[in-house]
Design a protein around this ligand. Structure first.
Ligand code: HEM
Length: 305
């Protein structure tokens, strides 16, 4: 019952993210489109083994309920936040996360999907992500330093376990596009930028507690359980953008427990009740956002059969 191939491996050079809405009553089209994507994937893997193609197909709660009689426990939609900063949440039915060492195969796969959809689909967003320099966000900071690196830790941070029955090896996923305010960001000194993120810029060393502000990005997203154990998520975020247009981060995280993401978002957006928010939100703005569930390969095959 393996997890879908994009979740556990380390990020590739290229990715394509799509959030989609399907017209009601279009389950047959959706199933055919998923089949077309998986067939194209198999053919391209044979043709370009070095491309290391990985795919992930996930569903919004309302769409899932039309496709399958049971749902994993504790699944809820992402709630918009209206704290110190506003955070939108959108209603999306399907999320595609395609990754590869080759940008062209990412394109070929989403194209195979879209061609099979006919006119029942509305594209809410399509973003082309790329690894930038040594895994840096466009702010210049290394993104992913504290992400779990070993396969077993990555699986543990992302996947539902066998207790979840047929949903084991599945994962909840959050996708949210952030637009950076690059000009204002670059007006900040390196010292201020480091205090905003909570790590050093060249080499991503965590600032000492004595100097790291309580409202730095990492101070807001490090959360612990009742026993003081840090709670991890598995991030797959990538930069995107055009030099002449919007630039930012496509944030994406996998987790078996949406409560972890909810707590991080409350801390960031100023809705956790402690009067603080993430300083980094003065320099970046989320423009969409949704939670999805990505079933195991086996359950996905059952759903589209
Ligand atoms: C850490 C950037 C949004 C959760 C980091 C780091 C950077 C970064 C540079 C430090 C290096 C690292 O450990 O990866 C960004 C940017 C964002 C963003 C540019 C959006 C524009 C988010 C969101 C969440 C989040 C929305 C959660 C809902 C985390 C976590 C860590 C982290 C859990 C690791 C904290 C630790 O254990 O030290 N982020 N982040 N980030 N971020 Fe974000």
């Amino acid at each position: 019952m393996p997890a879908q191939s994009v979740i556990v491996p380390l990020a590739s050079q290229h990715a394509r993210f799509m959030t989609l809405r399907f017209a009601s009553g279009s389950n047959a089209h959706l199933k055919a489109a998923i089949g077309a994507l998986l067939d194209a994937c198999e053919a391209l893997r044979q043709q370009y083994p070095q491309a290391n193609i990985k795919t992930g197909i996930a569903f919004g709660l309302a769409q899932w309920q039309q496709l399958y009689a049971h749902s994993p426990e504790h699944w809820h939609d992402l709630q918009a936040r209206a704290g110190d900063f506003a955070m939108p949440a959108i209603a999306a039915d399907v999320f595609l996360h395609i990754a590869s060492e080759q940008a062209d195969v990412c394109f070929a796969l989403v194209q195979a999907f879209m061609q099979a959809c006919g006119d029942v689909v509305t594209v809410l967003n399509e973003t082309t992500g790329f690894r930038y320099l040594d895994s840096r966000d466009l702010t210049g900071f290394i993104d992913g330093t504290e992400n779990p690196q070993q396969a077993d830790e990555r699986a543990q941070a992302a996947l539902l376990t066998e207790d979840a029955g047929e949903f084991a090896e599945g994962s909840f996923v959050m996708a949210q596009r952030y637009v950076h305010h690059m000009k204002t960001w670059h007006e900040q000194s390196i010292d201020s930028q480091e205090k905003i993120i909570g790590r050093t810029k060249p080499d991503s060393i965590e600032l000492d507690d004595a100097v790291r502000p309580a409202n730095s990005h990492i101070s807001r997203v490090i959360i612990e359980d009742d026993t003081g154990e840090e709670l991890a998520i598995l991030r797959h975020s990538l930069p995107y953008g055009n030099a002449s247009g919007e630039q930012g981060l496509y944030f994406i995280a996998y987790t078996p427990d949406l409560g972890i993401l909810d707590a991080m978002l409350d801390n960031m957006f100023g809705t956790s009740g402690d009067g603080l928010h993430d300083q980094f939100l003065h320099y970046t703005t989320p423009v969409d956002g949704a939670y999805f569930f990505m079933p195991s390969e086996q359950l996905l095959a059952k759903i589209i059969a």
